[in-house]
Design a protein. Structure first.
Length: 184
């Protein structure tokens, strides 16, 4: 069985991020067919097309890492009913130069995590809108809106809510199937 390398992209820079904690829980739950590797988006300079004649080293490293992986797992907070700017910047950096997008054609899944009850629905779907344009085949079901996040983790970041663990376990297995389907 070939293991697929999946870049985990978290749209929060907080040390104590619930999205990061969820990503960590998923890494422990992933089947052997997926190798999850976190990609850092915190150091990417803001996208400016004029810089792309001689792109910043951080952009080159990020694009190379995206091209080396088989798919993407996004975890996003919701900021003002959309995705955080740092995540949008990462999407933009990876999408250029024009015609050389590092996102195109690779399978992805989206999870939104929020302390609010709605679970980041707005951000989840704004991200899906970008991914549709970027020609990223994104898993439709199961959807993942993790609300009330503060109640689901212990102080040390451990996932303590069993129903969330069960859901995430099913989610990551469904994603492994989706990756296998898209990658053929
Ligand atoms: C938020 N937060 C928030 N939450 C939400 O459910 N819907 C929203 O529209 C917003 N808007 C928003 C804007 C800004 C600028 C901030 C800083 C925060 C709260 C947000 O869900 C909360 O800070 C989460 O803890 C962020 O995710 P991480 O960092 O825990 O992964």
């Amino acid at each position: 069985m070939t293991a697929h390398k999946i870049a985990v992209i978290v749209g929060s820079l907080r040390q104590a991020s619930y999205n990061r904690k969820t990503a960590n829980a998923l890494t422990a739950l992933a089947p052997e067919s997926l190798v999850l590797e976190s990609l850092d988006i915190s150091k990417l300079p803001m996208y400016n097309e004029e810089l792309d004649d001689t792109p910043p080293e951080e952009w080159v490293i990020f694009r190379t890492a995206l091209k080396a992986c088989d798919g993407f797992l996004f975890l996003t907070p919701e900021y003002n009913r959309s995705i955080p700017g740092v995540l949008k910047n990462a999407l933009d950096v990876g999408s250029r130069p024009y015609g050389k997008s590092a996102w195109k054609g690779k399978p992805a899944a989206v999870i939104s995590v929020s302390p609010s009850a709605i679970g980041g629905f707005g951000a989840n779907h704004h991200l899906r809108q970008c991914l549709a344009y970027l020609d990223v085949p994104t898993m439709a079901q199961p959807e993942a809106y993790i609300g009330d996040a503060a109640k689901r983790f212990a102080e040390d970041g451990t996932l303590t809510d069993e129903s969330t663990r069960k859901f995430l376990g099913e989610f990551i297995v469904a994603f492994a199937d989706w990756v296998a389907t898209v990658k053929g």
